[in-house]
Design a binder for this molecule. Structure first.
Ligand SMILES: [Zn+2]
Length: 339
């Protein structure tokens, strides 16, 4: 087994080789060392990090739509793809192939885009990452976004024209912050407040993550009507985009819910605590860190059992031919042929 692992480690270090060559060498090595197809089948899925298995699949699993597992440990069957361009939205970074979600999420985003355009003076949504075609862990970024119920929406308003593919890959989002504790009033507008209030208004929304300074700006703008702020949760990052998380759709067995968000707006103490964290001097964080062994990567064994079916371990999955932009080249995963 150690030998097998070493072989895989070595193979993943050969980014120059074409993926197909690596694949054939890998399967030969596996057959030779694992002692035949049977052992190979048992070992293969659990030797490869799950992010490398999910990260190369091109299409959704042709199954009934189903969010499986938890937001940070799961996968997605029967995903739907958000159309790249709609009447009130455009999908950004299309090369990542992460515009897939549970149909409930796709329906929600289209609704939000159209409503915000019609009623909130928001020109349209720039849509960031949803999930991969079969959900699961990603090659880069995001711990969550695994079950097709999470979506990032840019806080940059959509320009009044259809962006080219190149623009969608290269345009940068605008930061909403002037400092760690304040939004930048030159870019943060009342329309942002209306958009977020609209976004959180649907019962299928579980919570929305924004930077603490953005939550503060929302608290200030809300006036006495603060009930809608309970589900808007402060979190690190999230000042270029906000992150919508939907609850498990009703009747989806095996979709694990998160502990409920608070029921009060939490505009005071909680935010004060966040600002303390955000403005503390780096010295405090510099304490001698114990060297921790890096956690072994998540494999299929760490995901709900159904995720192996979603990945197509009863059929060879479709593979990406090229690694997504900015990601490491990974060993292509292909189920070896039956012998
Ligand atoms: Zn996100």
């Amino acid at each position: 087994m150690a030998l097998l692992r070493a072989a895989i480690g070595f193979l993943s270090l050969l980014p120059i080789l074409s993926l197909s060559l690596v694949a054939s060498v890998a399967s030969i090595a596996l057959v030779a060392m694992a002692g035949g197809a049977r052992a190979q089948e048992d070992a293969f899925p659990n030797l490869i990090p799950a992010r490398k298995q999910f990260g190369f699949v091109l299409k959704a699993a042709p199954m009934k739509p189903r969010a499986i597992g938890f937001y940070t440990r799961g996968c997605l069957a029967g995903a739907e793809e958000m159309p790249a361009t709609g009447d009130a939205w455009q999908v950004m970074r299309p090369s990542r192939n992460r515009a897939w979600g549970h149909p409930t999420l796709i329906r929600y985003l289209k609704w939000l885009a159209r409503e915000a355009k019609a009623k909130d003076g928001w020109p349209g949504l720039l849509i960031g990452d949803l999930a991969q075609p079969r959900g699961g862990p990603m090659l880069s970024g995001h711990r969550s976004h695994q079950v097709g119920l999470d979506a990032d929406v840019w806080l940059t308003p959509m320009p009044p024209r259809v962006l080219t593919r190149k623009e969608r890959e290269t345009i940068s989002a605008t930061s909403m912050l002037a400092s760690a504790t304040r939004v930048n009033r030159k870019v943060w507008t009342p329309a942002h407040v209306r958009l977020l209030k609209r976004a959180v208004s649907r019962p299928e929304v579980e919570r929305i993550f924004v930077h603490p300074a953005i939550k503060k700006a929302l608290c200030e703008a809300a006036g006495p009507d603060k009930h809608w702020l309970a589900k808007i949760r402060p979190f690190w990052g999230h000042y270029y985009h906000f992150h919508v998380r939907l609850r498990c759709p009703p009747g989806v067995a095996g979709c694990r819910a998160q502990a409920a968000p608070p029921t009060e707006p939490r505009c005071d103490k909680e935010l004060a605590h966040w600002f303390k964290l955000l403005t503390r001097k780096p010295k405090a964080a510099k304490k001698k860190k114990k060297k921790r062994k890096p956690r072994p990567p998540l494999t299929l064994a760490g995901l709900p059992k159904r995720c192996a079916q979603v990945l197509g371990y009863d059929k060879p999955p479709l593979l990406r031919q090229v690694a997504p932009r900015g990601n490491d080249i990974a060993l292509p995963i292909r189920r070896p042929p039956h012998s």
